[in-house]
Write a protein that binds this ligand. Sequence first.
Ligand code: PRP
Length: 209
Amino acid sequence: MLNIALPKGRLGETVYDLFERAGFDCPSIREKSRKLIFENEKTGVRFFWVKPSDVPIYVERGAADLGVAGKDIILEYAPDVYELLDLGLGKCRMAVAAKKDFHDENTKTLRVATKFPNIASTYYEGIGRDIDIIKLNGSIELAPILGLSDVIVDIVETGTTLRENDLEVKANILPISARLIANKSSFRFAADEIGAITEKMKELVKTDD
Ligand code: PRP
């Protein structure tokens, strides 16, 4: 049985569709319930719903052989896993945003609110800018509005949240999409099964593009 960690939420549903089309279906997952684990002995897969930022932990520690996580989460937590495939799903970008009238004069330490302290630190180190990280867990857009920070480093998908809160993108950091990741020892010991899933998904992703 291959254990597969799916990110709970809209992205997870789309990702499951892809597994299903690749021939690794598990019909019980479609039933409305609060269950977290679903398996199909015929196709040899067991799926479970995991909080998106926890997927790399399950995969790194081998509780899952495979998982799907956003590039943002992979870069932030730098798990010791293999990244097998860009699924081209859940596309968005990591960006710096601030109030429209904010201009960084570079005279004092920049206060940066984010859920992604490592990504933010790496970005600002790269451009040689001194920052003070304010780690938040959600509703990041509030920080510059209330004067808690000068800027935010956050995910922008449609741009609606920024627009509706009178903020704007000041710089793009990197594009994000969902990646198929594998536990390192599973990749060796279940090479055939993992290889088959990856190949099939690669074909689907290519034709969908
Ligand atoms: C994410 C992100 C932005 C929003 C961007 O938040 O942190 O707030 O989505 O999407 P948009 O550009 O399409 O508006 P999420 O919904 O994950 O909630 P959070 O406030 O808990 O971070």
